[in-house]
Design a protein around this ligand. Structure first.
Ligand code: ATP
Length: 235
């Protein structure tokens, strides 16, 4: 069966430094996959490689069997792969609504995300829609970043560290949007440093360490000890 997203033998470099060493990963339609790993494991590099903004030095990224590696970021977005970047990266001089509209400028045809639907998903953004994005709380800014990515009608939504720096109650509120996002037809890859959050949300997890996949499987198949060893390395 062809996976929705299939990554094979992916390598990435920053100059002479190798950040990814032959990463393999599959995302099936309808799945949520979590990628866990310590600081510097290569999680963001992997996400950025998939959407065409990190320099890939080898390997493949296939969307429904079609090679997208090397196409360039706008073309990958049009095909339905979009990302919520680490640190949100909102446009600080723009309002909430302007940030959301920018996300819809390059979009996959056939999806049905609109401003109205984003405001239904995160009602607080409707109230704040004319405010500068910088006036919002961290959690609200994360909602804008998610909304902006959804406006491109993704089939694959990559979320890099959604919960970073947010209070548990806010993390819960953000993750409460996941079922609606999935109902819209998007499958998800979430990068999480928080292992318990990853285990809660994911159908399958992959653990990265120093640019290599050290473990993968469904949460119920993996022991805490195996996850600990894959995350931190065996002493
Ligand atoms: P974090 O949780 O800290 O974001 P990560 O798992 O996402 O970590 P990456 O950001 O992908 O890890 O970084 C992987 C490795 O690549 C790290 O050793 C990092 O120092 C290095 N790296 C990342 N970006 C660059 C860059 N622009 N130039 C040089 N090295 C980089």
């Amino acid at each position: 069966m062809t996976a929705l997203l299939e990554i094979g033998a992916l390598t990435a470099h920053y100059g002479d430094f190798q950040a990814l060493f032959g990463v393999d990963l599959r995302l099936e339609a309808g799945e949520t996959v979590a990628i866990i790993g310590a600081n510097g494991a290569g999680k963001s590099t992997l996400m950025r490689s998939i959407v065409g903004i990190a320099k890939v030095s080898g390997g493949r990224v296939r969307l429904s069997g079609e090679e997208i590696q090397g196409l360039g970021a706008p073309e990958i977005l049009i095909r339905g792969v979009s990302m919520v970047p680490e640190g949100r990266r909102l446009f600080p001089s723009l309002t909430v609504e302007e940030n959301l509209l920018i996300g819809g400028q390059i979009r996959k045809v056939g999806g049905n995300w609109t401003l109205e639907r984003i405001y239904e998903l995160f009602p607080v953004l409707r109230q704040r829609r004319h405010d500068p994005s910088t006036a919002l709380s961290g959690g609200q800014q994360q909602m804008v970043a998610i909304g902006r990515a959804l406006m491109s009608n993704p089939r694959v939504l990559l979320c890099d560290e959604l919960s970073l720096g947010l209070a548990p109650v806010v993390i819960k509120e953000i993750y409460a949007a996941v079922p609606t996002i999935k109902q819209s037809g998007a499958s998800m890859i979430v990068v999480e440093q928080d292992i318990s959050q990853a285990l809660k949300v994911a159908d399958r997890i992959y653990c990265l360490m120093k640019g290599r996949v050290t473990l993968s499987g469904a949460p119920k198949e993996l022991s805490r000890e195996a996850i600990h060893d894959a995350y931190f390395g065996v002493a």
